[in-house]
Design a protein around this ligand. Structure first.
Ligand SMILES: *Cc1c(COP(=O)(O)O)cnc(C)c1O
Length: 387
């Protein structure tokens, strides 16, 4: 716990007091999750820290995952990968989603491994290799059913032979083959079996082209936790590191994020008074309203208006009226809430606060969107214990 955070007893609860919207990130939980995942999978772990570490801070998540047993890191863009290097992180980093027009030279200088989903990407990387004199370590990426990133079945054979040519020219080393599973959150789904077969076929094509990749890897958290067939040589896990278990396997993962907001003002309100934009909410009775300086720009989903609640003084208080860009209004009733109190907007749930899962349900989305949606105005503080 950092010493610049104050604690105050409110309604019998120990609450961290904040003067601005703050996301507390529990590093011990992140480390424990990495340990749990490596124990459950028995497979080397590539920790996915894209999207600023799923909103938890990319460097902090990377360090915690490495301390918990991860051996490599993964991100989408080379910009994210180079930022990890700048922070002094030295383990293998794989970047898998870049436009072919990307300048790959900084990635090569930073020894970032690159996923290659097309001939255009291969050509761009070869050009960067010739200009820098640095050999590229690459993972060929095949689309095995999501019609998203990765080479389609029709271009895969050609990509493999061209990659072999580049390898013979000592421009690249084809270190890995990768694919992604789209239905692994539904264990036993026949689509996964079909996708795994496609990956095996793509592997045979790569071998026939003369490639000898060292690692093959597939899928994310749900694949790693539910399907031993999908683990292969490396599990690419992001969501699980931050405590999200999309397939609801019951794995003992700990949510690591607590979102706090200070009460900016409290007002007495009469029956019939409107709250927020429009006339979406008219107070049915007199009450007291607390104002929190967090809104949809900070990741509070507007669509959760009318359903969401937050924790104040240990009690759930409903968010009333529409969520604004910068603020929400909470009906605190008779609770002795005053300006300067701290609301727990989201957290692991141990103190009765709403969880990420609950927010996702209120917003009709998945937990990933809630944690990655927490905006840049929210202060991130990395701490060592739960709250
Ligand atoms: C985001 C991502 C992952 C991690 O998925 P989680 O389900 O969050 O663990 C793995 N692989 C690829 C290609 C990804 O884009």
């Amino acid at each position: 716990m950092r010493t610049d955070l104050l604690h105050r007893r409110a309604g019998g609860q120990r609450t961290t007091v904040v003067s601005r919207p703050t996301a507390l990130v529990d590093l011990a939980a992140l480390r424990a999750n990495a340990r749990t995942i490596t124990r459950l999978t028995g497979t080397p772990l590539l920790a996915v820290v894209k999207a600023d570490g799923y909103g938890h801070g990319a460097v902090a998540l990377a360090r915690a995952a490495l301390a918990g047993g991860a051996s490599a890191l993964g991100v989408t863009s080379v910009t994210e990968a180079v930022a990890l290097r700048r922070a002094g992180i030295d383990v293998p980093v794989l970047s898998w989603l870049n436009a072919p027009a990307t300048d790959f030279r900084p990635a090569l200088h930073a020894r970032v491994d690159l996923a290659v989903p097309s001939l255009d990407h291969l050509e761009a990387i070869r050009a960067a290799v010739r200009r820098t004199g640095v050999t590229a370590t690459i993972h060929l990426h095949v689309d095995i059913g999501m019609s998203r990133d990765g080479a389609g079945q029709d271009s895969w054979g050609r990509l493999c032979t061209e990659a072999r040519t580049a390898e013979e020219a000592r421009e690249v080393v084809v270190h890995g083959l990768m694919g992604h599973l789209g239905c692994a959150d539904r264990p036993g789904h026949p689509t996964t079996t079909r996708d795994l077969d496609r990956f095996d076929r793509a592997t045979r094509v790569a071998h026939a082209a003369g490639l000898r990749p060292t690692v093959r890897h597939l899928g994310g958290t749900p694949a790693a936790l539910t399907d031993p067939r999908a683990r292969l040589d490396l599990c690419r896990v992001g969501a699980g590191l931050v405590g999200i278990d999309p397939a609801r396997t019951g794995a003992p993962l700990r949510p690591a994020l607590t979102l706090l907001a200070p009460v900016v003002a409290v007002r007495e309100a009469r029956a019939g008074q409107r709250v927020g934009y429009g006339d979406a909410h008219v107070l049915p009775r007199a009450t007291r309203l607390a104002l929190l300086p967090v809104g949809y720009a900070d990741g509070i989903p507007r669509i959760a208006s009318g359903r969401a609640s937050v924790l104040l003084h240990g009690r759930r208080c409903p968010v009333v009226g529409l969520v604004s860009m910068d603020q929400v209004v909470v009906d605190v009733g008779a609770l002795p809430v005053v300006a300067g109190d701290t609301a727990v907007v989201l957290g692991p749930g141990a103190g009765g606060e709403p969880t990420t899962h609950e927010w996702a349900r209120w917003a009709g989305t998945i937990e990933h969107e809630i944690v990655t949606g927490i905006g840049p105005r929210v202060d991130r503080r990395h701490v060592e214990e739960d709250h």
